[in-house]
Design a protein. Structure first.
Length: 398
């Protein structure tokens, strides 16, 4: 089927798209039976979307800001609706819970099914005391019941996250597990390892646990002074983490934000990847750990805390090691063990690559997503929507 003949699905996100949201772009780009069209309030400085069809409310002038505010307050965006209707879309797919709530107004005017993917903090954060958050998220927490009762289909990126949604009262028959998947053709084993290197990839924020990683690597370097820590990413804690590293580490480097290709190159250069994510007082947890999947796709072992959905991708003693949250001593021991045992690293790496190919390959996961798309489109006319949802729960998580 040619691109022009494929039915169009609207990929909706308020801001299009932040640098950390490569998984949204990759999933849309992997669609083979549907043509993705991106829609949102406005573009932000982030991912290159020049090759995508893009529709926004706010083009950057004063009138655009007024139109965006009207949409967020009243759900009114006639210009965007008119342009999207002209595309004859068959489905609206919103990413993140707050965007799902905003998309309800578009769904009602476009008269098409709505799917909402939850990615993590939009589910796990429950306590905003002392937590910086935008007004849209606070409004979402107050109006979440409207989304629960909307009849939309909800996708969770892990079994862990599905459990959280059910605990919050989302209807069991409407919540499916849908792994996003990793591009195993792009993230493939091409090891350039030349020395003991521990790699971290992620935002430099409290939930990513870099403080614990620095403490653990400091212990490792007492036995292996040649071991190095490299951190890819940026965030509000960078200055504090650089200070801690300077005080306690022999060899380290902060690489800042890197493009996806650079991340892949550093993963192949590393001995292993460490993902020390922790649960925050707000409730924020790692929903799945895409970095874990990418690392294992390039056949690198992962050392992580047993947090959130990480145990669904990192198998303790098979593809990596899991320590209890905050246990720096165990984290250091696992890092040292792998850094000093190349045969074990290779064995874990092969097992990790095999696991990703079987369960978390982007094409496979997107194929399952397209099955869900087809069923959602047909569910309105189906006589047994409940059966459709029960089958989807099995198919998406298998």
């Amino acid at each position: 089927m040619s691109l022009s003949q494929r039915p169009r699905v609207i990929i909706f996100s308020d801001h299009l798209l932040y640098p950390s949201e490569t998984f949204i772009q990759a999933q849309a780009g992997a669609l083979s039976e549907f043509q993705p069209v991106f829609a949102g309030s406005r573009r932000v400085r982030g991912l290159d979307l020049r090759e995508q069809h893009l529709y926004t409310i706010n083009q950057g002038d004063i009138w655009g800001r007024i139109r965006e505010l009207r949409f967020k307050l009243l759900g009114h965006a006639p210009g965007l609706v008119k342009r999207l209707k002209a595309l004859d879309p068959v489905l609206l797919h919103a990413h993140y819970g707050p965007n799902g709530l905003r998309a309800l107004a578009l769904r009602s005017r476009l008269r098409i099914p709505l799917i909402v993917t939850f990615h993590g903090s939009d589910v796990t954060i429950r306590n905003l005391r002392g937590q910086k958050s935008h007004l849209g998220f606070r409004a979402y927490l107050g109006k979440k019941d409207k989304l629960k009762e909307s009849g939309a289909l909800f996708l969770a990126v892990s079994r862990f996250l599905r459990g959280k949604l059910l605990a919050q009262g989302f209807p069991e028959e409407s919540v499916l597990v849908q792994y996003t998947g990793v591009d195993t053709k792009k993230f493939r084993p091409e090891s350039t390892e030349s020395g003991p290197l521990v790699l971290f990839v992620g935002r430099l924020v409290e939930s990513k646990g870099c403080e614990f990683l620095i403490r653990a690597v400091a212990e490792v370097q007492k036995q292996l002074p040649e071991a190095e820590l490299a951190l890819i990413g940026d965030g509000r804690l960078r200055a504090d983490l650089e200070r801690r590293a300077k005080q306690s580490l022999r060899r380290y480097r902060f690489l800042g934000a890197c493009a996806s290709d650079e991340v892949r190159e550093w993963m192949n250069r590393a001995s292993l990847i460490c993902v020390p994510s922790v649960r925050r007082p707000s409730g924020e947890e790692e929903a799945f750990g895409m970095v874990c999947a990418e690392a294992q796709a390039v056949a690198k072992p992962v050392v992580a805390f047993r947090s959130g959905g990480i145990p669904e991708i990192v198998l303790h003693g098979q593809t990596g090691f899991l320590a209890a949250e905050g246990d720096c001593q165990s984290l250091a021991e696992f890092l040292s063990l792998l850094l000093q045992n190349s045969e074990l690293r290779q064995r874990f790496g092969r097992a990790g690559r095999d696991l990703v190919l079987r369960q978390f390959d982007l094409e496979r996961c997107t194929g399952l997503l397209e099955q869900t798309y087809r069923r959602a489109i047909g569910a309105g006319a189906a006589t047994s929507e409940g059966q459709f949802l029960r089958e989807s729960i099995v198919n998406c998580s298998s």
